[in-house]
Design a protein around this ligand. Structure first.
Ligand code: NAI
Ligand code: MG
Length: 366
């Protein structure tokens, strides 16, 4: 059976790194490893320039119908002054909302060859492999009321509201436990039950889901502030971390710096099941459109290629092909190939295309 992939390269380096993904897919198809039917659409500034929307209804419909979406990056100074509702980020927000992408997966993997780039000591992060599962559609970023009001004394009052309902915690917990089973079988849940009611409920529901369906997985709980400390003190103690939207936003950025290389980090967003019971899904690098280096052919394609590996693993249960792609990435790094962003003394500096070529070649050999 063929699978439908929608590629949304976006702006800046988005199309450059997506080009390497396209070549990797063509190669995998030619080898008979996959049978993807690939379509491309416009998103962000590119879509705005073409038709005045950050994503067209047509491309939205294609995203909803696709088996998975691969997203590059959006934005750049060119669109700083476009109206708020059609700004480049609006395209991504619309995709997240319509596809109901409630689970954001952010792996923090530290390749031995790059451990020196970490903000921490090499031995603390060498071989690091943790996965942060962040709730993405609820919590304080979306809760109502959300407002700034004027007070009689001339001051103002700002209100954000953290809201979580049982079903939202249940489904994110289930995603985290399911993923743990494919890894080291350990989940650490983080909240602030000592000061937040939503933290109390979070803790109760995660515990309940564990007791009901996942007793084989090891579950621990940590207060989110202590979790932040532990993440920097001894990050390798964690396997899967599950947490809410706000804490997940911060903790995943901290985890990103542990690996020290923005151009290397993939992410996945998983959603509610579609009509066939299959989860909607979108895969994207953590980095943005990097306008400072766009158009020069020097962007690091590894974050985008790793996002493809996550796609193979989570949307298509092609773990073996994903492993092969990830092994190929490790191989080229061990061979000393580096794009400018991860360049080290004595290594070989390569372009986006040369890096992509080398990864595909290494896949052929391993
Ligand atoms: P950025 O991630 O685009 O760039 C930060 C720094 O890292 C830059 O120096 C850039 O050259 C470098 N960098 C990032 N990815 C790289 C790669 N693959 N290879 C080599 N170097 C890389 O973040 P920044 O500068 O804050 O934002 C630039 C634009 O991207 C803005 O318009 C922002 O809104 C947008 N953005 C979009 C995101 C998305 O589409 N999901 C996420 C983050 C930012
Ligand atoms: Mg963030």
């Amino acid at each position: 059976t063929t699978h439908k992939l929608l590629l949304l390269p976006g702006d800046g380096i988005g199309p450059e790194v997506m080009g390497e993904v396209r070549r990797a897919i063509d190669w995998m198809n030619a080898q008979g490893l996959t049978s993807f039917e690939v379509e491309e659409g416009l998103v962000g500034g590119a879509a705005y320039d073409a038709h005045g929307q950050s994503i067209s209804e047509d491309d939205m419909a294609r995203a909803m119908a696709a088996d998975a979406v691969l997203f590059g990056a959006v934005g750049g100074p060119k669109w700083d002054d476009v109206p708020y509702d059609v700004r480049p980020e609006a395209g991504l927000l619309r995709l997240r909302k319509d596809m109901e992408l409630f689970a954001n997966l952010r792996p923090a993997i530290c390749f031995g060859a790059l451990a020196e780039a970490s903000s921490l000591k090499k031995e603390l992060v060498d071989g690091l492999d943790i996965l942060i599962v962040r709730e993405l559609t609820g919590g304080v970023y979306f809760g109502e009321p959300k407002e700034i009001t004027d007070l009689p004394n001339g001051q103002k009052r700002a209100v954000d509201t953290q809201v979580y309902e049982t079903y939202e915690i249940e489904r994110i917990a289930a995603v985290a436990f399911d993923l743990a089973r494919t890894r080291d079988n350990r989940v650490c849940s983080m909240e602030k039950r000592n000061v937040m009611k939503s933290g109390v409920l979070w803790n109760e529901v995660v515990t309940e889901v564990h007791k009901r369906d996942y007793q084989d997985v090891e579950l621990s709980h940590m207060l989110a502030d202590a979790g932040g400390m532990q993440l920097v003190r001894a990050p390798k103690q964690f396997d899967v971390i599950v947490t809410d939207n706000l804490f997940g936003d911060m903790l995943s950025d901290v985890a990103a710096m542990l690996t020290g290389s923005l151009g290397m980090l993939p992410s996945a967003s998983l959603g509610a099941p579609d009509g066939n019971g299959k989860r909607r899904s979108l895969y994207e690098p953590v980095h943005g459109s990097a306008p400072d280096i766009a158009g020069q052919g020097i962007a690091n394609p590894i974050a985008m290629l790793s996002s493809l590996a996550m796609c193979l693993r989570y949307s298509f249960t092609m773990g073996d092909v994903a492993d092969r792609l990830e092994r190929a990435i490790t191989t080229v790094l061990d061979q000393g190939l580096r794009t400018g962003d991860i360049m080290q003394d004595g290594m070989t500096k390569v372009s986006t295309e040369q890096m992509g070529d080398a990864v595909v070649k290494a896949m052929g050999e391993g």
